[in-house]
Design a binder for this molecule. Structure first.
Ligand code: NDP
Ligand code: 2IT
Length: 460
């Protein structure tokens, strides 16, 4: 008779072997896609306790299925620049999982975009969207087009060409894109116009992040940044801490960063630094957000210009240096892998108490280990930044009902959603034997809902 302990070890080993086997198959099938491998590894490793407890998911091939996109579309995007020269970019849309709702996720326009980046983002989106409690599946898309330095006319011609192809694959009940890096109100407006023209009808729910004058939701612009701060405030509250009186560093100076800075400041924090891909500013008195908003949202200028108006502030070349600044709370809100092991160690040595990932996968796996080993409160991206897509789902709901809620109503719903995500992640972490590990908790809580839907919908 095996002892109980021996049986338990065997179950753990079976679960680990399963996860490792499927992970190896993912690597083999998707060579040279390091970002996708990283996102898969983080999630798969968290799920071992789930397979140990519920072998039915292994028997049903859930991991094999969930890690293979339902559909991946790539397409040519030709357009004509201001000099009359033909340019060609590549467009992508990954429709990763639709078991709990239509594919939902942003579009990224950045020269670094490739299949690996789109797949890591789409894979993460499955679990993030599940965590929101809203009926939305996982998708993501974008292009290697670089909006930087392009005229409005060039951006319009590119996005119209992009949408002309994408329109064949999306629909309000099929796949609903939104913004991400390089895609904001201007790009969504052009894409909405082109889709409407192609369809010959007004399908408001085809995109989210629309202007409030034509079907957009109040609070969507603020949602990711505000939601990030609401989530981190919950983490802090549990340990008797708060934003009030704290020193905060926020990387990036785009949509997520600006509204994270705004909400953290409203809650009594002093945000002393932010950045763009060229460098960072340090303003020991606290960043003047009105200047950053004007420079970035209106004038589309570099963050270095800030110091011309605020001579007391410093500008430093190189965006990674921002993590050298001592702070209580770090909110990486720019891009993937912006905090590596070395930066994580500096943050820890400087006494950071909490890290909340406003961007997608901003910390490397090694950096996350450093935070956990040093008892830093760590909020993972798919939980922390889920407020953006959650309000996108609320925008879809309002479009379906043909009505609009007030800013206060949407903000209250956002706060409730972020608190629920936090609680569900904490509870799942504890139930599956990793108390206080929100990476494990968020991954498990997000996974279970999708896996259960996959179980009852048959092998598809
Ligand atoms: P924006 O395009 O509005 O801003 C991006 C910011 O990050 C800019 O300051 C940009 O600097 C900087 N940045 C972008 N790429 C790099 C890079 N390779 N290296 C250094 N800095 C970089 O994008 P968002 O604010 O919308 O997105 C930021 C992050 O948040 C992304 O990871 C995105 O996936 C994630 N996210 C966004 C949501 C949303 O609702 N918008 C929802 C959930 C997550 P520069 O201008 O110089 O390029
Ligand atoms: O990464 C993300 O969650 C987003 N870019 C927002 C997606 C959305 O559909 O609002």
């Amino acid at each position: 008779m095996p002892t109980i302990v021996e049986t338990k070890q065997t179950d753990t080993q079976i679960a680990k072997d399963y996860v490792n086997r499927v992970y190896e198959a993912v690597i083999k099938r998707n060579p040279n896609e390091s970002e996708f491998h990283q996102a898969v590894k983080e999630i798969f490793d968290s799920l071992v306790p789930v397979f140990e407890k519920h072998p039915k998911y292994m028997e049903n091939g859930i991991l094999e299925r969930i890690s293979e996109p339902e559909r991946m579309i790539t397409f040519r995007v030709p357009w004509v620049d201001d000099q009359g020269k033909v340019q060609v970019n590549r467009g992508f849309r990954v429709q990763f999982n639709s078991n709990i709702g239509p594919y939902k996720g942003g579009l990224r326009f950045h020269p670094s975009v490739n299949a690996s980046i789109i797949k890591f983002l789409g894979f993460e989106q499955i679990f993030k969207n599940s965590l929101t409690g809203q009926p939305i599946g996982g998708g993501k898309g974008g292009s290697d087009f670089d909006p930087k330095g392009k005229s409005d006319g060039e951006v319009m011609r590119f996005t119209q060409s992009f949408m002309t192809e994408l329109a064949k694959h999306i629909g309000p009940d099929v796949d609903v894109p939104a913004g991400d890096i390089g895609v904001g109100a201007r790009e969504i407006g052009y894409m909405f116009g082109q889709y409407k023209r192609l369809r010959g009808g007004y399908e408001a729910g085809i995109l989210t992040g629309k202007g409030v004058g034509y079907g957009g939701s109040l609070t969507r612009t603020e949602a990711t940044g505000y939601g990030t701060v609401y989530f981190v405030e919950e983490m802090l509250k549990d340990k008797g801490l708060s934003f009030d009186g704290s020193t905060v560093v926020v990387s990036g100076s785009g949509n997520v960063s600006i509204y994270a800075i705004e909400k953290a400041t409203q809650l009594g924090a002093k945000v002393v630094a932010c950045s763009d891909s060229n460098g960072y500013i340090y303003d020991k008195n606290g960043i003047n957000l009105e200047t950053v908003k004007r420079l970035k949202e209106v004038e589309r200028k570099r963050i270095s210009e800030y110091v011309a108006e605020h001579p007391e502030a410093e500008y430093h070349e190189g965006c990674a240096g921002i993590w050298l600044i001592p702070c209580d709370i770090a909110l990486p809100c720019a891009t993937q892998n912006e905090i590596d092991e070395a930066s994580a160690k500096v943050l820890v040595n400087n006494g950071v108490k909490a890290v909340g990932e406003g961007a997608n996968m901003p910390s490397t796996l090694e950096a996350i280990d450093i935070f956990h080993e040093n008892n830093v409160l760590f909020g993972p991206a798919k939980a922390v930044n889920a407020g953006g897509v959650a309000v996108s789902a609320l925008e879809m709901a309002q479009n379906s009902m043909r009505l609009s809620w007030t800013f206060e109503e949407v903000d209250a719903k956002l706060q409730e959603i972020m608190t629920n995500i936090y609680r569900n992640s904490v509870n799942a972490a504890a139930e599956y034997g990793h108390p206080d590990n929100l990476v494990v908790g968020a991954n498990i809580a997000g996974f279970l809902k999708v896996a259960d839907a996959m179980m009852v919908q048959g092998v598809i």
